[in-house]
Design a protein. Structure first.
Length: 350
């Protein structure tokens, strides 16, 4: 089906958290948004990356498409309710009546799922997470969002009287906390709620809050300079383990943003705790450089959540600049999947 047109994204600093893979399947993209190369798609389908989250995805030249073309499995859109329509923007100054949630995300995703025979990424059955950040008017905006999601019911993970039925897309609602009240009152839902650390260990089930989000700077004092205090490292690992034990994912935003050893140190600790990494830089092939980091596996304390490094195992860093990899994951000398490329300090762990 034809995808409604939308203008190109505003020219402002891109905010994208990413692990880069390859080009996604080609469908009609909104007007003003460049299409992926059919040759690249045919030869190198994207490898879905379960930890890659596109923060403020709509700021990119091709909202949704850029993220999917690199294997992202989570994208984020901020919305405002304006005259009965959900418009995508970071702040009121960026509102454009043509840039609706339906035009940029819901309708293109429906076309992608059809083209992918039931999934956003062909041959990858895990749902794509669509994180929708309601910027204001939480109750009214959620009610309109609920109506719009109902038009795409067949695509969405749903909750019905205590049971969760997986779909091709899982909508998670964040932002204005007032949206929680009408969501909790529903016995049937097409969306889930982005919880906070206070939701860990409570009666709020993972079937309502499958994702826990927290601000790194409000949770930890350490910003990567010097050793990670043992008490804070223990707290990080306790939080990640608690989320996993309850069947939830956990993400941190506001981690160090600028390239350098502090940022890499925080990434290393997040990885060791069982999370995956997102970093600020630019798309592959640009002139920007960074230092991909990889934790050195330790011989003990292997975790079922992905950490194989003991608390005191040193981290090996490679100082090679970003290089164009044709969209493939960079490889380590041992042939393993190297560290991800990314755009903004924003973590998603699971």
């Amino acid at each position: 089906m034809a995808v409604p047109s939308a203008p190109a994204a505003p020219t402002r600093r891109r905010a994208l958290t990413v692990t880069l893979a390859t080009a996604a399947a080609v469908i009609a993209a909104p007007a003003g948004v460049a299409a992926a190369s059919p040759a690249a798609v045919a030869s190198r389908p994207p490898r879905p990356l379960r930890h890659a989250h596109a923060h403020n995805d709509y700021l990119h030249p091709r909202p949704l498409y850029d993220a999917l073309a690199h294997g992202f499995t989570s994208v984020e859109a901020d919305v405002f309710l304006v005259d009965g329509e959900l418009l995508v923007a970071h702040d009121p100054a960026g509102l454009d009546p043509r840039r609706t949630l339906a035009a940029l995300y819901l309708d293109p995703l429906r076309a992608l799922v059809r083209a992918g025979h039931g999934s956003v990424h062909p041959h990858h059955r895990a749902p794509l997470q669509l994180l929708i950040d309601i910027k204001a008017d939480g109750v009214a905006a959620y009610r309109e969002l609920d109506r719009q999601l109902a038009r795409h019911r067949s695509l969405l993970t749903s909750y019905h009287h205590g049971r969760v039925r997986p779909g091709a897309i899982t909508a998670v609602i964040s932002g204005d906390r007032a949206a929680r009240v009408p969501m909790e009152a529903q016995r049937t839902r097409l969306a889930f709620y982005d919880g906070r650390l206070d939701d860990l260990g409570t009666a709020s089930p993972a079937s309502f809050t499958p994702l826990i989000s927290a601000n790194w700077t409000q949770t930890f004092a350490w910003l990567g300079a010097g050793p990670f205090p043992r008490a804070e490292r223990d707290r990080l690992r306790t939080l990640v383990a608690a989320a996993h034990r309850e069947g939830r994912r956990i993400r941190f935003w506001a981690t160090p943003d600028l390239p350098g050893p502090e940022r890499e140190a925080v990434w290393s600790e997040l990885l060791a705790a069982g999370s995956t990494i997102s970093t600020p830089t630019t798309w592959p092939g640009s002139n920007a450089s960074s230092a991909p980091v990889r934790a050195r596996p330790g011989p003990r304390n292997a975790s079922r959540h992905g950490s194989t490094r003991s608390a005191d195992t040193p981290v090996r860093r490679t100082a090679a600049p970003l290089r164009h990899t044709g969209g493939r994951m960079p490889q380590t000398r041992r042939g393993g999947g190297g560290w991800p490329w990314s755009f903004r300090s924003h973590w998603c762990c699971c």
